[in-house]
Design a protein around this ligand. Structure first.
Ligand code: PLP
Length: 289
């Protein structure tokens, strides 16, 4: 059984991280298919340290009443009550996110328990299939959030498709082994192998900072992109938001991507973080592992 539903409407779109109504309105005006409300942008989560939790419910409700596009918000991994609260106030999508501080290092939320759809991050196929078997309706790469460096998202997408392509050519016996190894139902592995992709909408996330980054991730097989710090940590959020929407929707039209990339200046891009300068404990993608 796979939960799909509403996220299918987000195809070829951009979901933008926002921390207040003003940013949410900029996102909507730029053509975002959704906003993700959080207390701090991932870049600032890194800088602030401490415990990162769900955003203020009042801020989330205020955003919901000021935009017409779907509103998502992040909860801590394993935090059933943050998720219940978000379902109760009526958000459209919940991101169970490693960008916040996990509360359970063994188990993610059993998402079958909820009616609201969930998105989860992954770095490779087994992890994605575990989250889908727990009831996630949408998957995204983890990437390395808040760095402005798309290299980890690239790595995670390539790992995902390398494994899917390998399973596509495999015998039943291999699918069975893979299902056992990942601790997921054989039917889910077989469905993924047959479809040649995950059976749920799959977005890229983690470090996307330019229109070209977004187009790259679409070319690597993403159905759409999440942009976290890349827009509101830049010097040109309005133009950058519009440009990333254009590059994502028209990623296979070189003229459109050129136009999108020309809408922004490299000098206005967020200042990235070199992954080599991060200590292992500073990585968000491995939190709780
Ligand atoms: N990712 C994060 C951020 C985690 O906290 C955990 C563990 O809870 C995992 C991944 C691993 O979960 P699993 O091995 O079920 O994929």
């Amino acid at each position: 059984k796979v939960k799909v539903g509403f996220p299918a409407m987000l195809r070829n779109g951009v979901i933008m991280d926002v921390t207040n109504v003003e940013q949410a309105q900029i996102a909507e005006e730029a053509g975002a298919v959704g906003v993700m409300v959080l207390d701090k942008l991932p870049y600032d989560v890194r800088k602030a340290g401490g415990v990162a939790r769900m955003a203020d419910l009042k801020v989330i409700e205020e955003v919901m009443s000021h935009v017409t596009i779907p509103v998502s918000a992040k909860v801590r991994i394993g935090h059933y009550y943050e998720a219940f609260l978000l379902q109760e106030i009526g958000v459209d999508l919940i991101d169970e996110s490693e960008v916040l501080t996990p509360v359970d290092d063994q188990h993610h939320i059993n998402k079958w328990f909820f009616t609201v759809p969930f998105v989860n991050g992954c770095r490779e196929l087994c992890e994605a299939l575990r989250r889908i078997s727990e009831g996630a309706s949408m998957i995204r790469s983890k990437g390395e959030a808040g760095t402005g460096n798309v290299s980890e998202a690239v790595k995670h997408f390539k790992a995902l498709y390398r494994a899917i392509n390998e399973l596509g050519a495999a015998e039943e016996e291999r699918l069975r082994d893979y299902a056992r190894q990942c601790q997921v139902p054989l039917e889910l592995v077989a469905l993924t192998a047959k479809m040649g992709r995950l059976p749920v909408i799959t977005f890229a996330a983690g470090g996307i900072a330019t229109p070209a980054d977004a187009a790259l991730m679409m070319w690597l097989g993403a159905d759409g992109v999440f942009v976290g710090s890349g827009i509101f940590k830049s010097q040109d959020p309005r133009q950058r938001a519009e440009a990333i929407v254009l590059a994502t929707a028209k990623w296979d039209d070189p003229e459109a991507v050129v136009e999108a990339q020309k809408m922004v200046s490299e000098r206005a891009a967020m200042v990235g973080i070199d992954l080599k300068t991060l200590k292992p404990e500073e990585l968000l993608q491995t939190r709780g592992l």
